[in-house]
Design a protein around this ligand. Sequence first.
Ligand code: SF4
Ligand code: SF4
Length: 340
Amino acid sequence: MGYRLTTTRFDKYLTNLSETFDIYAPVVQKGKGMYSDTEVVGYGKITCFDEIVFDKKSYYSPKEVFYPIRETLFYFLNDELKEAPLDIRPIILFVRPCDINGIMRLDTMFLENGGIKDYYYLRRRQLLKFIMIECTEGFDTCFCVSMGTNKTDQYDGVIRVQDEKILFDTDDEKLLTSALEENPKEVFTPRFIEENKVKVTIPEPDLVTKDVFEHEIWTEYTQRCIACGRCNTSCITCSCFTMQDVKSSDNDHLGERRRVWAGCHVDGFTDMAGGHSFRSKNGEKMRFKTMHKINDYYKRFGTHMCVGCGRCDDVCPEYISFSKCINKLNDIISEGGSND
Ligand code: SF4
Ligand code: SF4
């Protein structure tokens, strides 16, 4: 089943959905680009079809919609705690298959890792519905096909935009409104991208030995990476955060606890009490991220963490390519894995 809509009809449908949901999609964010007066595509609230950007990849991932960059968890006064109220309505997210798979990776980290469900993640996550943007072309740096994340059935609705025609399908009762059902029916089956320009070969996890960790490949990244952390903040699967207690200036016992995104590439990420810190060289940080994305997460959960969205390649000011790093690593391991 599916429905054929004009943009006017789709706008009416979105207006209808807006009574219950806040709707987020890739949009043009003017003035938020790398240089003054430039724009970037990121996730923002929409009210009409024309605001949605279908022909460009979003520079930032959709994770900030439901996993805020900074979130107050609770307020404290002496021995008393008060949970921060949830400040959002149910959300519809227009999202591509790789990002849906990425959100599943976040779910694993927050809801399955260590046997404890992260309460603050869950209370936002369960408000989400996905409208999958059919993605059959991909973009220059994507390698979702190599990662097996080009496909998914974890969506509540799907949209195909073809010339002037919009096809939309859902069997979710909250999305199946009268403003949708009054449109002509047209059956369609979602298609997925079958080939990217970029291909990676992931080294067999068990072949990654200590020699590989000590290989000189990582010194190249010490020279090139500037530890800006953009690759972490743009990544749909990076989930790390740090905690901050913000106290009132009048009363040390009054304040709030926040969690704030953190990233393994950023200086200070591994600082410990007493002044010790791990991975001081930027190449070591790159190694840590690489192994987490394509080795140890897999050993623990059975899927690779990286979903091949290619955003880390897009955003790196030093033109460091993660897909090239994976392939270089695979070549090294194929040749025996040592510096000799
Ligand atoms: S590591 Fe890079 S390609 Fe992989 S999911 Fe993160 S941003 Fe996307
Ligand atoms: S975006 Fe590039 S330069 Fe910045 S931390 Fe990541 S790899 Fe290093």
